[in-house]
Design a protein around this ligand. Structure first.
Ligand code: GDP
Ligand code: GDP
Length: 459
């Protein structure tokens, strides 16, 4: 069972780049002659365990005449008509253009299923453009980078239910393409859906907090070391193992390496390393030395993890040394709330890397933070919630005109991101935005994850 995916969008948004990524080495260039290359290209695509036919449309052009543009447009329409799913690409860095809107209209009318993707959104680029794309009315835009391979897991997740639907309908086999298929040794990409990927964890903290002791303890617990892997960057190292039965990959900095004598210089380096490890992690464990908790460095690191949008678990280590545990715990919680308000509600667990006590709590907190980070709230529930919130605390009415919050939807997970369509958003006080974010966190039970809330002005 397979299905046909057409990649459509105006020129230069990155269709061919994505096509090449999905098709990999099995790339099928129909013809190399000028003019012909602008025709539809087909190839066998794969993403995780999904197999499908990909069609790269030449590019949607706004033209009604019989010019090259007109011909291309008809070709595109043909691709749209024949495809089971259309992947509509916009350029996140440019935002929504008139051409995008025009063709969104065509897709809404003609396409069986549309997945909207805002491309060129690597790192945090194009955030605004991606949110703007929501207004195209084609559902939630995925943020992807065709060039860097980001967002492919989200694309996979968007395709799976559709693919299952096609399977259930027992749709006939898509026609064989007359495309030369090279089934070489080279796979398109060694990519697996993230469901099966180990949970990616970074353990960070100031030198001597106990990072290497903790990591070695976790490795020792299960003795299923899958072998160190030369890092994604030269300076960071990751290791795969299981943590109480959960497959994990731990990104470490100095921890797993033989440590040199800790000089000032090395300390600075290892903090920079730690920051890098954060970027690869899903959940960041901020490890504190309970003897000297919440030092400047700890705060900086925790703040960085939050601003990078990672799920955060704070673990106070060396708990075995504490005499008055209840009193200390109270103290820690107070300091945490005061010093890291942006991580409100993040789990704080106490552990002893040396004795192994509390590792079960740490394990549970990591799983929960990861789950919350991936949480999706339905639009219906969100909008009920929004009216209750505005009823309880009406929005301000600067100059006698009330700011209206019309509609809320979740546009993204990992971390959860929400958009509210509103009027006069520039006049909305930060305190009101905080009220909403705190409400989201509390009412939908989302501790331990950053929450992003953006407002889209509707005049
Ligand atoms: P097409 O005309 O839609 O097929 O677009 P192309 O695939 O030819 O890409 C147009 C330009 O955008 C090229 O210069 C690509 O290198 C660039 N591009 C494609 N995808 C990305 C991406 O994810 N990020 C960035 N920064 N550039 C990209
Ligand atoms: P790193 O620099 O963060 O990797 O810290 P290490 O793992 O090297 O630990 C620094 C020191 O703290 C070492 O002497 C460890 O033995 C000690 N240590 C680590 N974890 C614990 C703990 O849970 N309890 C106690 N008492 N000492 C610990």
């Amino acid at each position: 069972m397979t299905f046909t995916l057409a990649i459509v969008g105006r020129p230069n948004v990155g269709k061919s780049t994505l096509f090449n990524r999905l098709v990999g080495k099995r790339l099928a260039l129909v013809d190399d002659q000028p003019g012909v290359t602008r025709d539809l290209r087909e190839g066998q695509g794969r993403l995780g365990d999904l197999r499908f036919i990909v069609v790269d449309s030449a590019g949607l052009e706004m033209a009604e005449d019989d010019s090259l543009q007109g011909r291309m447009r008809r070709l595109t329409e043909r691709a749209v008509d024949e495809a089971d799913v259309c992947l509509f690409i916009i350029d996140a860095r440019v935002g929504v253009t008139a051409a995008d809107e025009y063709f969104a209209d065509i897709l809404r009318k003609r396409a069986k299923h549309v997945i909207l993707a805002a491309n060129k959104a690597e790192g945090r680029a194009g955030e605004a453009g991606a949110i703007e794309a929501y207004a195209l009315g084609l559902g939630e835009p995925l943020r992807i980078s065709a060039e860097h391979g980001e967002g492919m897991d989200d694309l996979y997740r968007a395709l799976v239910p559709l693919a299952e639907g096609f399977e259930a309908q027992n749709v006939q086999q898509a026609p064989e393409t007359d495309v030369a298929v090279e089934d070489g040794d080279e796979e398109a990409e060694d990519w697996r859906p993230s469901e099966r990927k180990p949970l990616q964890i970074a353990v960070i903290g100031r030198p001597n907090a106990g990072k290497s002791t903790l990591i070695n303890r976790i490795l020792g617990e299960d003795r299923l070391l899958t072998g160190p892997e030369a890092g994604i960057t030269r300076d960071s190292i990751s290791v795969g193992t299981t943590f109480m039965g959960t497959p994990v990959r731990i990104f470490d900095t100095a921890g797993m390496r033989k440590k040199a004598r800790v000089t000032d210089k090395v300390e600075k380096l290892s903090v920079a390393d730690g920051l890098r490890a954060v970027r690869f992690a899903e959940v960041v464990v901020v490890l504190l030395d309970v003897g000297i908790p919440f030092e400047q460095q700890d705060l900086r690191i925790a703040d960085f993890a939050e601003s990078e949008g990672r799920a955060v678990v704070v673990a106070a280590n060396k708990w075995d040394l504490e005499e008055d545990k209840p009193e200390k715990l109270k103290e820690l919680r107070e300091a945490f709330e005061r010093l890291l308000p942006q991580l409100k509600g993040a789990p704080l667990v106490t552990v002893s890397a040396r004795t192994g006590k509390g590792l079960d709590r740490l394990h549970a907190a990591i799983l929960r933070a990861h789950e919350v980070w991936n949480r999706r709230v339905s639009t219906a529930r969100l909008n009920q919630w929004l009216s209750a919130m505005t009823e309880a605390h009406p929005t301000p009415a600067p100059g006698g005109r009330r700011i209206r919050l019309r509609y809320i939807t979740q546009v993204k997970t990992r971390p959860p991101a929400f958009v509210i369509m509103a009027t006069h958003t520039d006049k909305l006080p930060d305190s009101y935005a905080r009220y909403l974010v705190n409400g989201l966190r509390q009412d939908f039970d989302m501790p331990g994850t950053p929450i992003r809330l953006t407002f889209r002005d509707q005049g």
